[in-house]
Write a protein that binds this ligand. Structure first.
Ligand code: XMP
Length: 417
């Protein structure tokens, strides 16, 4: 089945993503390209229709000339500047004659076929972090080529409560992935000893991650492909061109330099984030993994303010687990973009059973956001906060005070470090 494609040529402005999303919602695959992409390339893609967006006042400009060239192609073309569903529907179905048969099932089927064709009997290596993108990419590729895919999961010990074991259980027991879990907690803790500057922590974790990954990969020997969890917004950001887009595989560092591989494979590069989640659900990945809130690559190391120790990580993990559990119980987990605990580097005086204590302060952070670029502090009901505070001070040793962060971004950032 040949996939129907409607191109969205972006002449500027903000509408292109919304229009492309709308077309995809109507089950027609759509891609955004910048207005200066070559006319030959457009022809080669054989789109069923072309939407021009962001066009105004264009006479005499290069944009105008270009739009004219596009209009002269023998392809239905329409200028759409606002996302009007009826307008879009009428264009793609009546004018372009699309049938609307693109959905996640057909995406999965055609991906599997393409991956099989491309990989043949070669070997693929994937850094699995347990995040949404790498998880979905790994399961999709595994469906296509089985044990020719090897996944390396570097457990840096900076994950949330039970997360490392969950990743291992789901991918080994449920999906039977060829997964190597590297327990590198000690190594990361040693490298982080005495380090309190946030950017230095990030750098150390990124470097150490690559080092551990490379060491493991070397044991496997030569691989042919390395998986990247690139998704469509990354592609658009880079101008939508074919130039090779290299994204860090773990969000913590660059690409490994010492691993031999010939090519990069990016099975999600055509999908928006919510489409990636849909594919994940359809592949049977558990909902709690598919709907995970964003979690920074350096993990809890940047939520322990100041130097990182095992004791501090354990305190934070317990407090964070309580907060997440209560948010989920209150049914707020899908409304809040990120919610987590921070172990401040501050101790203060308290009293427990008549005795003076001098212990840590936990800060709770909850924000609503669309893309993480700006954020509002989440108005979590007082009763929920009250319960969380009571539970943390009662259940987590060495914490005698809990505060809630009521700062938006800007001026604060979402993370504390
Ligand atoms: P900030 O704190 O800058 O965070 O407002 C914006 C978003 O980015 C995430 N974040 C990171 N993600 N590595 C990552 O992979 C990092 O070093 C990092 N720092 C922040 C943060 O959780 C939020 O979603």
């Amino acid at each position: 089945m040949k996939q129907e494609l409607v191109l969205v040529l972006n002449f500027g402005g903000e509408s292109s993503q919304k229009i492309a999303r709308k077309i995809r919602d109507l089950k027609v695959y759509s891609e955004i390209l910048p207005y200066n992409v070559s006319i030959d390339r457009i022809k080669a893609l054989k789109p069923k229709g072309i939407v021009l967006t962001g066009i105004q006042a264009l006479k005499d400009s290069n944009k105008y000339k270009y739009a004219k060239q596009v209009n002269e192609l023998d392809i239905p073309t329409k200028t759409i500047n606002n996302v009007d569903e009826d307008d879009i529907k009428s264009f793609i179905f009546n004018q372009c004659g699309c049938e609307g048969n693109w959905n996640m099932t057909s995406f999965i089927e055609s991906s599997i076929e393409n991956i099989r064709k491309r990989v043949g009997n070669k070997k693929v290596l994937c850094a699995l972090s347990g995040g949404v993108d790498s998880s979905v990419a790994a399961v999709l590729i595994h469906k296509a080529i089985g044990d020719q895919l090897v996944c390396i999961f570097v457990d840096h010990g900076l994950m949330r409560k039970n997360e490392g074991d969950e990743v291992e259980r789901v991918f080994k027991e449920q999906f039977h992935l060829n997964l190597i879990r590297v327990n590198a907690q000690e190594r990361f803790l040693n490298r982080l000893k005495g380090v309190s500057d946030p950017e230095t922590k990030r750098k150390i974790i990124g470097e150490e991650f690559i080092r551990v990954f490379e060491e493991e990969a070397k044991k496997i020997g030569k691989v042919d492909f390395l998986v990247q969890g690139t998704i469509y917004p990354d592609v658009i950001e880079s101008g939508g061109d074919e130039a090779h887009l290299v994204k860090s595989h773990h969000n913590v560092g660059g690409l490994p330099e010492d691993i031999e591989f010939d090519e990069i494979i990016e099975p999600l590069r055509d999908l928006f984030k919510d489409e990636v989640r849909k594919v994940g659900e359809e592949l049977g990945i558990p909902a709690y993994m598919v709907w995970r809130q964003p979690f920074p690559g350096p993990g809890l190391a940047i939520r322990v303010i100041g130097d990182v120790t095992r004791e501090k990580l354990d305190i934070l993990r317990e407090a964070d687990a309580i907060f997440r559990e209560e948010i989920a119980l209150a049914g707020l987990d899908k409304d809040i973009w990120q919610y987590f605990a921070v172990l401040t580097d501050m101790k203060s005086v308290g009293v427990t059973e008549g005795k003076r204590t001098y212990d840590y302060t936990i800060a709770l952070r909850g924000v609503t956001s669309v893309d993480g670029m700006t954020a509002n502090w989440a108005r979590i009901p007082h009763e929920v906060l009250d319960k969380v505070s009571r539970r943390i001070t009662a259940e987590v040793p060495h914490v005698n005070r809990v505060v809630y962060d009521i700062t938006s971004k800007p001026p604060a950032t979402i993370e504390w470090e």
